[in-house]
Write a protein of this length. Structure first.
Length: 190
């Protein structure tokens, strides 16, 4: 399956990230990514991509002993180069004839990620729901350029979702308000 286009959008009313993968064979796979999933997936994807980009460098094996600053600089350079070559201007083709996993998006519960010897990254998106007998899944192999494009689109969706911002529990907000004006605010407990 050859990927033709990717679409990644945060859907506020669902509080999920909606991913659509369009293939050159006019197929579309739809995925829902939740915040719970992204908490573990985001650091994994960024780490795998960075490691993979460093292996692609001409001095790949000698970079293992390099300091973290040099590794980050080289990976950031390669990521920027990929983004400059990417096409983010072409509108996503909404008219896909075939939906092999059906019109309902796969609610991704876990992702298996494996770097391959040929330089690609294999991602298997799984939907394992308790009341469903048959799990649904979708497998894709991405080259580093496509992976960087996906990471870029996911980063934009994560920014819109505000999932990357630190979560402040209500108790901490109440305590800060009490300290600010000296008046005791009413407390609501469950």
């Amino acid at each position: 399956m050859k990927i033709h286009q990717l679409s990644v959008n945060y859907q506020a009313e669902q509080d999920r990230i909606f991913v659509r993968i369009n293939t050159s064979a006019a197929e579309e796979v739809r995925l829902w990514l939740t915040r719970r999933l992204m908490v573990g997936l985001w650091p994994l994807l960024t780490r795998l991509l960075t490691q993979h980009l460093l292996k692609l460098e001409a001095a790949g094996s000698t970079l293992e002993s390099a300091d973290d600053g040099l590794k980050k600089m080289l990976a950031d350079f390669r990521k920027e180069q990929f983004l400059q070559e990417a096409d983010f201007d072409t509108p996503y083709d909404e008219n896909q004839a075939v939906l092999p996993l059906g019109p309902k998006p796969v609610l991704v519960t876990d992702v298996d990620a494996s770097p391959l010897p040929n330089g690609r990254l294999r991602l298997v998106f799984n939907e394992r729901l308790p009341r469903k007998k048959e799990p649904r899944n979708f497998q894709v192999e991405m080259d580093p350029k496509l992976m960087q494009g996906l990471i870029h689109l996911l980063e934009q969706a994560l920014t819109r979702s505000q999932w990357l911002e630190p979560f402040t529990p209500p108790a901490a907000v109440e305590e800060a308000a009490e300290e600010g004006d000296g008046k005791r605010k009413p407390r609501y407990l469950q």
